[in-house]
Write a protein that binds this ligand. Structure first.
Ligand code: TYM
Length: 328
């Protein structure tokens, strides 16, 4: 059976980009695979965080997993910091990672650019991510396109370790969907949709109310051709909107092009907003019920126990392979 691991960092409110690239995929995989979905809170602290806000956001991400339909009976849902093996394996893997290859990570370059006080944890961030994945001997990792380079490093580290010591790790495959893995800003299709975008209209949050969602899509930039056609080269704005509609309405690209032929952008944008609102409404209701509940804490406690059972077994094998003492 395929093993899946993935997570969404609690460093800002969840937006529909994270839904398209990650959460939406989690739901498809949980029925047929052994799944581990976690909240990478140790990744979030690689940049400064307000401690109270971090805890709140971490619970919110876990609540969104459940609210969107991840079933805690099928998938283990947990906080990364609750399973100590992540930090421990990360240290072991750091001994195998090269300074140069970490320096080539584009996310590190982007996040450290122009800053003088960059934490060393931001630099070793991708090694912790490799540990997250390798601990579960995951075969597949559903992620958005921006995580591709981190997955390549994970595969390199797994192979390097296995060749040098013993075949402890599975070499994982990224699962990057054709549609929805690169949802771009509504204000600028050359930039990934992200909460850090200074223009709030560029990013639709999972918590946005219907009015705000309508307004954000109404303001989305377009070309002036008036033709709903999927063509990233020539029509990036409309292609981005088509992808969002495809994720939220569950329709294929050719079908969308047919459906909106000759309709004009105004009506298209209203229909996208409607599809997003319809999908988010039940998620928002369930989210409000559970985010502050004991039920969520119970899910996280149980998830951490299940995750630790798998993770600890792999960590023990890695330590043994490296010549570190283990009992049992
Ligand atoms: P993060 O928290 O930045 O994003 C979470 C997931 O959402 C995807 N994503 C997007 N997909 C499409 N369009 C967008 N605009 C968009 N924005 C985000 C990301 O590709 C990601 O899949 N390092 C990871 C978290 C992580 C992780 C892991 C993931 C830590 N350890 C182990 C998988 C396995 C990150 O920062 O993702």
């Amino acid at each position: 059976m395929n093993r899946i691991i993935s997570g969404i960092k609690p460093s800002g409110e969840l937006n529909i980009g994270g839904y398209g690239g990650a959460l939406h995929q989690f739901l498809k995989l949980q029925d047929d695979c052994e799944c581990y979905f976690f909240v990478p809170d140790l990744h979030a602290v690689t940049v400064p965080q307000d401690p109270r806000l971090l805890l709140r956001r971490s619970k919110e991400i876990a609540a969104y997993y459940v609210a969107a339909g991840v079933d805690p009976k099928k998938a283990a849902i947990f906080m990364q910091s609750q399973v100590p093996a992540h930090a421990e394996l990360s240290w072991l893997l750091e001994t195998q990672a090269h300074f140069g290859e970490l320096g080539r990570m584009t996310q590190f370059k982007d996040k450290s650019h122009g800053k003088d006080a960059v934490s060393s944890a931001l630099f070793t961030y991708p090694v912790l991510m490799a540990a997250d994945i390798l601990l579960y001997r995951a075969t597949h990792v559903p992620v958005g396109d921006d995580q591709k380079q981190h997955l390549e490093l994970t595969r390199d580290l797994a192979e390097r370790f296995n060749n040098r010591f013993a075949p402890v790790f599975a070499v994982p495959e990224p699962v990057i969907p054709e549609i929805g893995s690169r949802i771009m800003g509504l204000d600028d299709p050359s930039k990934k949709m992200s909460k850090s975008n200074p223009n709030p209209n560029g990013c639709v949050l999972l918590q946005d109310d219907p009015d705000l969602i309508n307004r954000k899509f109404a303001k989305a930039v377009t070309d002036s051709e008036g033709e709903v056609r999927y063509d990233w080269e020539r029509k990036p704005e409309i292609s981005n909107l088509i992808e969002i509609y495809a994720v939220f309405a569950g329709a294929g690209v050719p079908e969308i092009e047919r459906r909106f032929a000759g309709v004009g952008y105004g009506a298209f944008k209203r229909d996208i907003a409607e599809a997003v609102i319809a999908k988010l409404a039940p998620i928002q209701r369930r989210f409000a019920d559970i985010v502050d509940s004991e039920e969520l804490l119970a899910v996280l406690r149980d998830g951490a126990e299940r995750a630790a059972a798998t993770a600890d077994a792999t960590l023990r094998k890695a330590k043994q392979a490296m010549g570190l003492l283990t009992f049992g």
